[in-house]
Write a protein that binds this ligand. Structure first.
Ligand code: NAI
Ligand code: MG
Length: 505
């Protein structure tokens, strides 16, 4: 039986949402709300509660009680897995409408969202499969009268703060391992894109999870988000967003020594050697910088091209960039949707201006499109800059938009040094047909993910995370379970021996 719990929004409809706290849909205690704007129309389409400190506290207490006293804390991994699989089925059954809601909220293509929503259930199936395989070890004792074992126990209450670019996928990165481990969860989605998480919350209840295991509060970062991070009863903060906010989050968590995982910004290099397959490279570079309108942490925003081929590659890229179809994110023919919100568009435009002041050359794009049908949306053309050097701001700072900077290089050693000359270390692409060189370069780049002859591929079973200022900790794969568990050592005396009580045993 298919459970269609979620409906697609009607044209012109303004949806009113409530938050999920302790299994109930509730307004903010203050009655305050905030508006979410559809970036294609520039109009308000959803109204959500604005949680105050008291709402955050009630949500954290609900998660705390569910962890410490509720049935969830006593469930076996096998029982948790059963609920997770039911949730995954419900996500799959409602994927189409969830995709529409997320596209309406953040302007991301339906065509990309269809793929993401198909993949999200896999995160829950994969980690459901792991839920009854989280185990400790027995450790042979150096003392003959002891038996020692370890237990891998859930960390407790997780506070999650997410950005607006891929709300549900980034939630799955955190929630699936957290549930497998036995944690409870309070999430604050981004203020620009709260709707898909609030819709998702309804599936959670339907799947049969006990109240308080999963809670959603909505509100702004410096108020609602800050209160959640600093709440003393939150044991771990899982954050994705900008490096600046990530530093704030880490400071807030430090006050009560909450664990953190931080998935932050990037300025990822895509390195093209003279023996690369130019068709595949062109495709990968386009995917890396123009997919999702460049609003991804893994964007391949710095393109390093061997000095023998820049003209050939840049002209192919520019030709493709000029034909990218901008339009309604819900239209399957559209290739690039709007930027997610007005301030982000202004930020991208300001970086294009800065690049011109710094002396970069604009090969294509750089403007808002002239097409009158795109007038209301937050659109910007796919933009390619050449004559960029690594000291310019466009080369050093995360733009988070469809702006590619192109550099040329002569030797392998030189390009490795330049690619690593950044505060970030999230991802990199290496394009070459020389297998030895591909691995050499992959090992030399200081980043958490390297693609060889590919770009922008992720999976639930492969660890993902940043080096340097791109983050702390890993999401996805079995590694992620370590981020939601902690180890307890249990010492068992076997023989009733006594010993000198004034020395360390
Ligand atoms: P942000 O990092 O400030 O926001 C991400 C989340 O953190 C949102 O839910 C926000 O409400 C929350 N937040 C903000 N301040 C907080 C605080 N003091 N305490 C707790 N939570 C807080 O990013 P924002 O402002 O949406 O975008 C600004 C720039 O950040 C973008 O232009 C882009 O360069 C970068 N960014 C990078 C992302 C990535 O995945 N690497 C994702 C989103 C933004
Ligand atoms: Mg929005």
């Amino acid at each position: 039986m298919i459970s269609q719990l979620i409906e697609a929004p009607g044209a012109g409809e303004i949806r009113q949402y409530r938050m999920l706290i302790n299994g109930k849909l509730v307004e903010a205690r203050s009655g305050k709300t905030l508006e979410s704007i559809n970036p294609y129309t520039g109009r308000v389409w959803a109204v959500v509660p604005e949680a105050g400190d008291e709402d955050v506290d009630v949500a954290v207490q609900a998660a705390r009680t569910a962890f410490d006293e509720g049935p969830w804390g006593r469930m076996t991994g096998t029982e948790r897995a059963r609920l997770m699989r039911r949730l995954a089925d419900l996500i799959a059954e409602n994927a189409e409408h969830l995709a529409t809601i997320e596209s309406t909220d953040n302007g991301k293509l339906r065509r990309e969202m269809n793929g993401q929503l198909k993949a999200i259930p896999e995160w829950f199936y994969y980690f459901a499969g792991a839920a009854d395989k989280i185990h400790g070890e027995t450790i042979p004792s150096d003392k003959p009268n002891f038996f020692i074992y370890t237990r891998r126990e859930p960390i407790g209450v997780v506070g999650a703060i997410l950005p607006w670019n891929s709300p549900l996928l980034l939630l799955a990165f955190k929630l699936a391992p957290a549930l497998a481990a036995g944690c409870t969860f309070v999430i604050k989605p981004a203020e620009q894109t709260p709707a898909s998480t609030l819709e998702f919350a309804r599936l959670f209840t339907e799947a049969g999870f006990p109240p308080g295991v999963f809670n959603v509060i909505t509100g702004f970062g410096p108020t609602t988000g800050r209160t959640l991070v600093r709440h003393p009863r939150v044991d771990k903060v899982a954050f994705t967003g900008s490096t600046e906010t990530g530093k704030e989050v880490m400071k807030g968590a430090a006050d009560h020594l909450a664990r953190v995982t931080l998935e932050l910004g990037g300025k990822s290099p895509n390195i093209v050697f003279d023996d690369a397959d130019l068709n595949a490279t062109t495709n990968g570079v386009i995917a890396g910088i123009f997919a999702a309108t460049g609003q991804t942490c893994i964007a391949g925003s710095r393109l390093f091209v061997h000095e023998s081929i820049p003209d050939a590659l840049v002209s192919r890229l520019a030709e493709r960039a000029r034909t990218i179809k901008l339009g309604d994110p819900l239209d399957p023919a559209t290739e690039m949707g709007p930027v997610a919100f007005k301030e982000q568009l202004a930020k991208i435009k300001s970086y294009i201006d800065i690049s011109q002041q710094e002396g970069a050359q604009l090969v294509c794009g750089g403007k808002q499109p002239a097409d009158p049908s795109l007038r209301d949306g937050y659109f910007i053309e796919p933009t390619i800059l050449t004559q960029v050097d690594n000291s310019m701001r466009v080369a050093r700072e995360e733009i988070f938009g469809p702006v590619l900077s192109v550099f040329s290089f002569s030797t392998e050693a030189e390009v490795i040094a330049q690619a690593n000359d950044t505060q970030y270390g999230l991802a990199a692409g290496v394009w070459t047909r020389d297998g030895q060189r591909a691995h050499r370069v992959a090992h030399a780049i200081r980043a958490g993910t390297i693609w060889i002859n590919a770009y922008r591929v992720l999976s639930f079973n492969v660890p993902f995370g940043g080096y340097k200022m791109s983050g702390i900790g890993r999401e996805n794969g079995l590694e992620a379970l370590h981020e939601y568990t902690q180890v307890k050592a249990v010492w068992v005396e076997l023989e009733g021996q006594t010993r000198d009580p004034f020395t360390l045993g």
